[in-house]
Design a protein around this ligand. Sequence first.
Ligand SMILES: [Zn+2]
Ligand SMILES: [Zn+2]
Length: 88
Amino acid sequence: MFDCPTCHKVLKSKRSMERHQANFHSADPLAKQKAGTVDNASNNASNETLELETPPEQTFECGACNAKITRGQEKCPGCGEALDWSGI
Ligand SMILES: [Zn+2]
Ligand SMILES: [Zn+2]
C-alpha cells in the first residue's frame, strides 16, 4: 500500500499514487499529462473519423447480354463472354 505524503490517502500502487499526486497536489500541467489525465480529450477527437460512408459499388453491364457485371470480372456471369477492362 502507498500512502500519499500530502493528504495520507492510501493508494493501491506507486503508479496510482503518482497519478493522485499529479491530479490533486500539483499545479504543473505537464505532470498531469504524464499521469495520463488528458487521455479523454484525444480519444474524443479520433472517434469522429471512424464512421466513413463506403461508396456504392460501381456496376457495369455486359455489352452482349446486359447482365450486371462488376469491374474486374474476367467473364460475364450471364453469357460467359470474356470482359476487357483495359479501356475503362
Ligand atoms: Zn494526496
Ligand atoms: Zn454477358
